[in-house]
Design a protein around this ligand. Structure first.
Ligand SMILES: [Zn+2]
Length: 405
């Protein structure tokens, strides 16, 4: 089984707060003297999570193509992300609740973070209506009408048993005007207040050790983002997310938005950047004070034959790999790289075999988790600035090498 490093630790002394006991706690272990990078431990009811951390995306209560054993024992992923919107529609949170929650339903020993469903409502549902009370939408599965409110999404996530839950937020598309951005941000703040109020009432009787994070929005306006963060900090939550990124904006702009609120978000709470990023960007977000990230890129791209290696990207269908006996990445210790050649992987991909998706996903997730482990180690050793410089130099090099894309 797992190494002791991931075992549950005692609750630190600073866990007791004046308002309510913290549902999860965060220990800061090291801070980079030059950047805003931090290394820490997120203490949850399902284990201690070393940060910064990348969370594999398991939309439907499964990381596509992998078993829980692959994730837990081979990849040693301490936390995964799942989607409230999808699980609410199918199979339903009541059914999952009957099994004791998502951990038991999917038999996952690690921690689980769920989003509130807001992002999916805004991206998947064509028919939706936003009011002050919440959002009414039609299921993308069967067209049935449903309604999410700040309180109802907390209830759904409590039933799922998520270790980290998200408030309902409005995720505006890109671009929108400042006026729209302000109205949307203010609604997100009001929804966060309602969600936290409902949550505090629900957990007062029997604290379940499930945390609820508000989400900083404000489109791509630094003033709105800063105002949003200031108002959310008043809610004194266990952690904070930065949302509304990866909606089609140029990447420097998403970095800028993360930077805009870094000095406002409490230093002693975890910060989570939702839906980012490419492998070379992970260190950039960490350098801007981010502790947690998730993204569909490593898993989705794996299924499409797009692999991330320490030497750059590999598109497996490329003819150059047809008779290549080498592993995907000689520096990678994953099951795929230890056992199979590029030629075999290319064959599986070309033949449309299911095994390809599984082997490719293992590798890509190993790459993301390894990058985060390297980042964390470099912060603990005081070498993060050098790591960041090297990452930038290597990215410049690999992105210009012919045949890597
Ligand atoms: Zn590998």
């Amino acid at each position: 089984m797992r190494s002791a490093a991931f075992g549950r630790r005692g609750i630190p002394r600073d866990f007791i707060q004046s308002r309510l006991p913290r549902q999860i706690s965060f220990t800061l272990e090291a801070e980079c003297p030059e950047t805003r990078a931090r290394a820490g431990i997120l203490h949850t009811a399902h284990g201690d999570i070393p940060t910064p951390i990348f969370m594999p995306v398991g939309t439907q209560g499964t990381v596509k193509g992998l078993s829980q054993r692959d994730l837990w024992e081979d990849l040693q992923a301490p936390i995964i992300l799942s989607n409230t919107y999808h699980l609410y529609l199918r199979p339903g949170h009541e059914l999952i609740g009957q099994f004791g929650g998502l951990h038991q339903f999917m038999n996952w020993p690690g921690a689980i973070l769920t989003d509130s469903g807001g992002y999916q409502v805004f991206s998947l549902s064509e028919l939706r209506r936003v009011t002050e009370e919440g959002v009414t939408f039609q299921s993308h599965l069967d067209g049935a009408t449903h309604r999410f409110t700040p309180a109802s999404t907390v209830d759904v996530q409590l039933a799922l048993g998520s270790d980290v839950m998200m408030v309902l937020d409005e995720c505006p598309p890109y671009p929108v005007g400042h006026e729209f951005g302000r109205a949307s941000m203010e609604r997100t703040v009001r929804w966060a207040q309602q969600a936290l109020e409902h949550y505090n009432g629900r957990i007062a009787a029997s604290p379940p050790r499930q945390a609820l994070f508000p989400i900083v929005q404000g489109s791509f306006f630094a003033d709105l983002r800063r105002e949003c963060a200031r108002r959310l900090v008043e809610l004194d939550a266990d952690g904070y997310a930065v949302g509304g990124l990866s909606v089609g904006e140029p990447r420097p702009l998403s970095m800028e938005m993360v930077e805009a609120t870094e000095d406002i978000l409490p230093r002693d709470r975890p910060r989570y950047a939702m839906g980012v990023g490419m492998p070379h960007e992970l260190a950039e977000y960490v350098a801007r004070g981010i502790d947690m990230m998730d993204c569909v890129l490593p898993t989705r791209n794996a299924r499409n034959g797009w692999l991330f290696t320490s030497e750059g990207r590999v598109v497996i269908k490329h003819a150059a790999h047809r008779d290549d006996p080498r592993p995907l990445d000689p520096e990678c210790k994953c099951y795929t790289c230890r056992n199979h050649s590029r030629a075999y992987l290319r064959h599986l991909f070309q033949a449309g075999e299911m095994l390809f998706a599984s082997l490719a996903t293992r590798h890509n997730l190993q790459r993301y988790l390894d990058i985060m482990r390297e980042i964390r180690q470099s912060i603990l050793l005081g070498q993060f600035p050098q790591y960041l410089r090297t990452t930038r130099e290597r990215h410049t090099l690999t992105s210009t090498v012919p045949g890597q894309v």
